[in-house]
Design a protein around this ligand. Structure first.
Ligand code: NDP
Length: 505
């Protein structure tokens, strides 16, 4: 067994044949010795073998994280030292940028430009929290008489962090960076479909100087490893990104030990094009809003509402540009849309499209599995626009998580706000208008954690990301996230010279 420190993690080969668990600063095999294969969704070919963690491995990782938190030095490091190490993590990631991009593409089948943007954001996330933690502090409060009160922010403890497959590295960074900045220890469980970059990130954390036991990674199934982490009494907090049903299950199980929980779940985000919008900008933003990352984004703008007076004009351009999107080699700069993560997910997407047809909707373009030359064994789906839909249809109500958008007409501001809010979800939303007053008025009435005004982009490090309603709770990517990885301790002291005797006895 070789340790991360011994190997010094000198320049990584882009892809290894075998990826290990990271427990207590070491690359280790699973207790069972079993492995599983991760596949490239663009080609259907195997990428690497990965140690298959079980409950026993999760137990080892939790013990290591607990030990590191209770008796280790990380949480006691001066905050500037922790910040320096976070910056070092970012700088090693920068020096390995291309390797991380390549690995992410191999594991997810996503397009190069998407992978590049996401790896860059993962890097910037560590830089953001390196700065943010320095300013994250308690308060001094006004007290009567000779009392003094101040609060301190203390790390919450051992955090289980469960990661989805759609943004494997970026989601790992969104979770690991604020947690370790705050002084917590983590056990990360990446999605079984996409474990590779998360494992490499943990190795980079050690190379940068994070002590052993602070960042652990256990791959393995959600139902076994994930569940074990959620139920374990030594885990103080669970941060989860993934589907709403699993999020609900986690919340219920975490309640048994009253763990702190943050959930970033599904979405069905509305995208509203008003009659005074810059139509070209709205078309481009709407294309990106749904087809970026092959539609596999929790904040994908998958419900499009277009004012009836500009509907035809908008649709003509939107459909034309959708047809121009290039599906192809994910490693090529001009590929717009990558592969779907798995055959199962492709079938889920296709099932939704078929349900729309059965319910009477019209497929404007796309609507079936795509054949991509040179990638015949991969999982590809045509960018799909569906019209003639209503709010009773499955395809309008449920998250599809693929390159599929439904389009509806509206004719009045009040009506469209009502339609936009007619969803169990409340994650993203977008508004396209040149009328600033309207933009703000509508933004304030939308029930969603994120409102984009004339912007294709939903977030940068510093902007809160999270949902209303069944899209979950807690905000990531922002300063407030640090509050979710810390407890506030109130320290009250009496400094008067006269001894107090409240009972008077
Ligand atoms: P899941 O919610 O099942 O998986 C997300 C993560 O949770 C994975 O790491 C998974 O592990 C883990 N997990 C699964 N079950 C449990 C459990 N009982 N306890 C603890 N952890 C668990 O998402 P899927 O991958 O199955 O995707 C299904 C749908 O979820 C998608 O179609 C999409 O609608 C939605 N989704 C939403 C995401 C978002 O960003 N909001 C991200 C991903 C999916 P493992 O991989 O081993 O199963």
């Amino acid at each position: 067994m070789s340790t991360v420190k011994e190997q010094k993690m000198e320049k990584l080969e882009t892809k290894r044949e075998m990826y290990h668990l990271i427990i207590n600063g070491e690359r280790v095999e699973s207790v069972s010795g079993e492995t599983f294969t991760t596949y490239n969704p663009a080609t259907g070919e195997p990428v690497a073998e990965v140690a298959k963690g079980t409950k026993e491995d999760a137990e080892r990782a939790i013990q290591a994280a607990r030990q590191a938190f209770d008796y280790g030095k990380w949480r006691h490091f001066p905050v500037n030292k922790r910040a320096r190490i976070l910056n070092k993590i970012a700088s090693i990631m920068r020096s390995r940028f291309n390797e991380l991009v390549e690995l992410e593409i191999l594991d997810t089948g996503k397009a190069l430009t998407a992978a590049q943007g996401q790896v860059m954001q993962a890097i910037e996330d560590f830089e953001f929290y390196a700065s943010a933690i320095v300013g994250h502090r308690g308060t001094v409060n006004n007290m009567p008489g000779a009392f003094h009160n101040f609060t301190e922010k203390e790390p919450v403890g051992v955090c289980a962090q469960i990661i989805p497959w759609n943004y494997p590295l970026m989601m790992a960074a969104w979770k690991i960076a604020p947690a370790i900045a705050a002084g917590c220890s983590v056990v990360v469980k990446p999605a079984s479909l996409t474990p590779l970059t998360c494992i490499v990130l943990a190795e980079i954390c050690h190379e940068a100087g994070v002590p052993e036991g602070v960042v652990n990674v256990v791959t393995g199934s959600g139902s076994e490893v994930g569940n074990y982490l959620v139920e374990h009494p030594f885990v103080d907090k669970v941060a989860f990104t993934g589907s709403t049903p699993v999020g609900k299950n986690i919340m219920e199980k975490a309640s048994k030990t009253l763990k702190r929980v943050t959930l970033e779940l599904g979405g069905k985000s509305p995208n509203i094009i008003f009659e005074d919008a810059d139509i070209d900008a709205a078309v481009n933003g709407s294309l990106f809003g749904i087809f970026y990352n092959t539609g596999q984004s929790c904040e994908a703008r998958s419900r499009l509402y277009v004012h009836e007076s500009v509907y035809d004009q908008f649709m003509e351009k939107f459909v034309e540009k959708t047809k121009k999107l290039k599906l192809g080699n994910p490693f090529e700069q001009d590929t717009h849309v990558g592969a779907i993560i798995s055959r199962e997910q492709l079938e889920v997407v296709d099932g939704y499209v078929k349900s729309a047809i059965e319910e009477g909707a019209t497929i404007v373009t796309g609507g079936k599995e795509a054949k991509v030359e040179g990638f015949e064994n991969g999982f590809w789906y045509e960018p799909t626009i569906i019209a003639d839909v209503n709010h009773q249809m499955k395809v309008v109500k449920e998250e599809i998580f693929g390159p599929v958008v439904v389009v509806m007409k509206f004719n009045d501001e009040k009506e469209v706000i009502k339609l936009a809010n007619d969803s169990k979800y409340g994650l993203g939303s977008a508004i396209w208008t040149k009328d600033h007053a309207r933009a703000i008025r509508v933004a304030k009435q939308i029930q969603a954690g994120i409102v984009m005004i004339n912007s294709p982009f939903s977030a940068f490090p510093g902007t809160p990301f999270g949902g209303y309603k069944q899209s979950g709770f807690g905000r990531e990517l922002c300063i407030e996230t640090l509050d979710l990885y810390t407890e506030t301790k109130s320290i009250l002291s009496y400094y008067g010279s006269r001894p107090l005797n409240p009972f008077g006895v």
